[in-house]
Each structure stands twice: as C-alpha cells, then as structure tokens.
Design a protein around this ligand. Structure first.
Ligand SMILES: *[C@@H]1O[C@H](CO)[C@@H](O)[C@H](O)[C@H]1NC(C)=O
Ligand SMILES: *[C@@H]1O[C@H](CO)[C@@H](O)[C@H](O)[C@H]1NC(C)=O
Ligand SMILES: *[C@@H]1O[C@H](CO)[C@@H](O)[C@H](O)[C@H]1NC(C)=O
Ligand SMILES: *[C@@H]1O[C@H](CO)[C@@H](O)[C@H](O)[C@H]1NC(C)=O
Length: 497
C-alpha cells in the first residue's frame, strides 16, 4: 500500500509541474538536469549550486573551524596594515569573520562565496577556502586571452593557438558552440580592444585585484589572469587564466570587442562560457550534496596517533609552500605544435625541462614546479648543469612561469647549487607563532611523546641555530619571544631552523 501511495504521489507532482511549466519530468531537480554531463551551461550549474538553502548550523561549524585555523596563520597581524606595494591585501581577518557571521545569506552557496572571496583577498596561495561543493565547476571561455608583444607594443589577443587548445577539451565542449551557432574559431588570434566595456588591461587589473588570489604581488596576479603555459605533473600544459577560466559558473558570457585576424573591422561579441564539471559523480540534487558537500568521517582529518604505523612518515615532514590551483580542467595540455622543438637536455623527465638555445651559449631551465620527486629535482638540476657546462653554455635563463612552489628546500637547493655553494644548511632561521593555541599544541606534543613523524609542531622537526636537532622534549615556545606587529602583541617562538 505504501509503495502505491508513493508512486501515485510522484506521478501527481510531475503532472502538476508539467501543467504549470511544461517542463519535462524530472526538471524540478536543478542538478539532475545535467547529471552525467561533462559540460554544463553556467546558468544551469549555478541554479544547482544555489539550490541548497543557507544553514546556520553549517555556518557556525565552518566559521568556528576557520577562526581556529587563523590562529595558526603567521601573517594575521601583518595584514592589518600591509606595507607598500601590497596594500591591496590589507584586511582585518577577525572583523571579516565577524562580518560573515552576521551577514544574511540566501543560500549556502552565497555564504561559501563570502568566505571564498574573503580568503582570496588575502592573496596568499597557501591560505584559501575551496569548498568542494562549490568549486566543482570551472567556467571556460572558448576565446582565452593572452598578452603579446607586436612591434614593441603589448596588446591583448585571443590566444593564437586557441582552436588547437580548445579542441583538447574534446567534442563535448566544442559541439556545444556549434549547436548554438557560435563560431569561436573565427576569433583565434584576434586583437582584443575591450573586455566588459573596459580597456583589456584595466579588466586584467580588475580580475587580478578581485578574483585571482594566490600571489601577494599584484604584477604576478596580472600574469595569472592571462592564458599561459605551465607544468602539470611532468608535462607541459596550458592554463586558461583567470579571465577565461574562472572558478565559479556565475558568468554566462564575456563581452569582448575585437578585430579578427585578416579583418580591419572591430566587432563586439558576447562570448558564451561553458562550465566544465570537475566534481564527483552524482545523479540528482541529493546525491550531488552527498558526493560533494556533506561532511564525512575524513572532513576534519584523521587522528594519526590512532592510525597504523603506515600512516606515519618515515622521515620528518618537509616544509612545503605550494599554491593550490583547484582547477584541474585548467590544464588540458599544450597543443603539440606549441611545445618547444629544441631537444631537451639531460635531466628533463621531471618538473624541469632544459634546453640549449641555437646560439650554443644560452641554457634555458624551465623550472615548472618545486613539487614532485624531491630527489629527482636535485639530480635533474645537476644533470642539466653538467650538460650545459660540457656544451660550453656560459649564460642561463631560468623560467619560473606558473611555478606554484612546492618544497621550500628545493628552492634553496637550486639557489645554492647555482651559486656554487656546497649543499647543506643555508642559514635560514625562522619562528612560529607562540599564541595560546601554539603553546598548547607544543606542550601537548611533548607530553604525549608525539614526534615529527606525525606533527609539524613536534620539537624534533626543528633544529637549534647551530644545526643540532631539538630533542623531542624541548619546548621552543617557552619562554616565548615578544613581538609586536602593527601595534598588536603577537609573541613568537624562539628562533630555530
Ligand atoms: C562526452 O560526454 C559523455 C557524458 O556526457 C561521455 O560519456 C563521453 O565520453 C564524452 N565524450 C568525449 C569524447 O569526451
Ligand atoms: C543544517 O545542517 C545540519 C548539519 O548538516 C543538519 O543536521 C540540519 O538538519 C540542517 N538544518 C536544516 C534546517 O536543514
Ligand atoms: C557568530 O555569532 C554568534 C552570535 O553572536 C556567536 O554566538 C558565535 O560564537 C559567532 N561565531 C563565530 C565563529 O565567531
Ligand atoms: C651550435 O652547435 C651545433 C651542434 O654542434 C652546430 O651545428 C651549430 O652550428 C652551432 N651554432 C652556432 C651558432 O655556433
């Protein structure tokens, strides 16, 4: 009986909808509408994302956690009054959290967007908020823009390789534009006169200021708004850039005034975005939430002390500082005809690709990342430099385009190796915050006998200034050292390395 009743109810609901909206059955579920599709019209994607109501319990959970994480954030008080030329990043983090705590939000998406925008504004690639739920799309423009020099003058263009590049997204992407009758191929290499009614560089500045995040330096953020090459894994790939590949499907099109190649006439076109779905598989709104949004047993991490030995590291934790680029579809490969044609030197199978230019004097090391295989990075550097030396190379270009960081020690290694120094301790000293939370963690690590195998804070993860490792019982936070920044007392640990 129950079964029949439910079935009847479903049919009635569908009928009622069909009568009022004429929509197909199932259209009432804004996520089911595009379940299983690789690419989604942005308006549809946003309707699904905005279908989850604001929930005060979730706000309190999220903001409480975020407030506690900022207790770890070394630069909190520096942000109160960032020095030139970084004033764009000045913000009072606690005031921002309080503002988001009292703002009225219509949907859970709007709340998460506020947190995302606030952390993005810190312009620190290591301190971001990426709610899996809402970073499950990337909006992609079929006319990605680059900045190029022509006769000594810089201008913005649609990437000359945009057709080959966009084709790498597959026919599911390109056929959408064929279906709606938008010929993006016609604009490859077009000169861009304006974007959204603004000078293209003014628009680039606007995106760098409001959407890019990741780099404290405004100029580096301007670079990241344009499409450019980079290393993804150990291969060359191309980023869409923050103008043409933003993280949220909240724009349906970009208005561009451009002059196509072989034309003298400028045209103003509305270039449609198409969003790429990069989240977990789902079939409807409820399963979208379960797969991408709902907290699970691992959301707040796992207790390494209770888990098996296998979860622990064999060695101490290596310091890493890597930009998190939450846009996997960003890098779909660099079209083969645009890969460097010169033969690669030895030591080019990992994140470093090295070449000798035709003048036989200039070596180029494209250091795409400081991530990947920690040891291979070092052997690759040595192999490339050995070949440069054997070939009579006398000058070196190091290309760090889109290098998002990685192991801090590998940056130091490269610097030292090129300077001819012996590899070893570079004399880098540091401190950590010694606020009440840090004090409690170090004291607890010592009391529990926790080592650098599972905790970053454990004393044996650090060394005294004479390079002797600290014993696991040494509390480097007591006594703390007084430190005042922007008028706020923010004591630090003793200096260590
Ligand atoms: C196109 O998308 C469908 C899912 O909608 C997928 O099954 C198929 O593999 C995709 N085709 C290509 C060429 O990527
Ligand atoms: C809000 O979220 C919490 C935690 O997921 C959940 O238990 C609660 O039912 C939600 N409240 C509403 C009104 O949906
Ligand atoms: C948000 O505001 C409420 C009400 O004033 C307060 O109880 C709560 O502690 C605040 N949450 C955070 C994370 O600051
Ligand atoms: C560079 O070396 C190659 C291979 O030895 C040689 O063919 C070429 O002529 C050299 N180029 C210059 C500019 O000396």
């Amino acid at each position: 009986m129950v079964f029949v009743k439910r079935a009847t109810g479903v049919i009635l609901t569908t009928l009622a909808l069909s009568l009022t909206t004429g929509a197909a059955p199932g259209a009432a579920d804004p996520c089911a509408k595009f379940a299983g599709q690789q690419f989604v019209v942005p308006a549809d994607a946003l309707t699904c994302l905005k279908s989850f109501p604001f929930n005060e319990t979730l706000r309190q959970n999220v903001l409480t956690n975020i407030a506690r994480v900022f207790d770890f954030f070394t630069f909190e008080d520096f942000y109160l009054n960032s020095p030139a030329p970084f004033q764009e990043s000045t913000t009072n983090i606690r005031a921002d959290i309080a503002r988001i705590n009292r703002t009225t939000f219509a949907t859970d998406y709007d709340f998460n967007r506020a947190v995302y925008d606030f952390t993005t504004q810190l312009n620190d690639g290591h301190t971001r908020w990426f709610p899996n739920c809402y970073t499950s799309f990337q909006n992609l423009l079929p006319t990605p823009v680059v900045t190029l020099e022509e006769n000594g003058v810089q201008n913005v263009f649609v990437a000359p390789d945009s057709v080959e590049f966009v084709n790498l997204l597959g026919v599911n992407y390109t056929s959408h534009f064929d279906q709606i009758g938008f010929n993006f191929r016609r604009f490859a290499g077009a000169k861009v006169l304006s974007i959204e009614g603004q000078d293209p560089y003014a628009y680039a500045d606007f995106i760098a200021k409001t959407a890019s995040g990741n780099y404290l330096d405004h100029g580096v953020r301007v670079n990241s708004v344009f499409s450019s090459y980079r290393i993804s894994g150990t291969d060359f790939s191309q980023r869409f850039g923050d103008i043409s590949g933003p993280a949220f499907p909240d724009k349906n099109f970009l208005t561009m005034t451009l002059i196509p190649v072989n034309s003298k006439k400028s045209e103003t076109v509305q270039v449609p975005f198409l969003a790429s779905y990069v989240g977990a598989p789902f079939t409807d709104r409820a399963s979208f939430w379960t797969a991408n949004c709902a907290a699970n047993d691992e959301t707040n991490g796992v207790n390494l002390r209770n888990s098996g030995v296998s979860a622990k590291r064999a060695t101490q934790k290596q310091a890493r500082a890597v930009i998190i680029d939450k846009t996997p579809a960003n890098g779909v490969g660099l079209p083969s005809q645009f890969q460097p044609r010169l033969p690669q030197t030895d030591g080019s199978t990992g994140v470093i690709k090295s070449y000798i230019l035709p003048d036989n004097k200039t070596g180029v090391m494209f250091v795409g990342s400081f991530e990947g295989d920690f040891n291979q990075f070092q052997t690759d550097t040595v192999a490339a430099i050995d070949q440069f030396k054997a070939s009579g190379v006398s000058r070196l270009l190091i290309d760090l385009t889109n290098n998002g960081g990685g192991f801090v020690c590998l940056g130091q290694f490269l610097h030292q190796y090129l300077a001819g120094a012996k590899i070893g301790y570079p004399g880098f000293v540091s401190t950590s915050r010694a606020n009440p939370l840090a004090q409690k963690i170090v004291a607890a690590d010592i009391a529990l006998g926790v080592t650098g195998q599972i905790s970053f804070y454990a004393p044996d993860n650090w060394a005294f200034l004479n390079d002797t490792p600290q014993p696991v019982t040494f509390n480097y936070n007591t006594p703390s050292a007084p430190f005042k920044i922007n008028g706020v007392s923010d004591p630090t640990s003793q200096r260590f390395h």
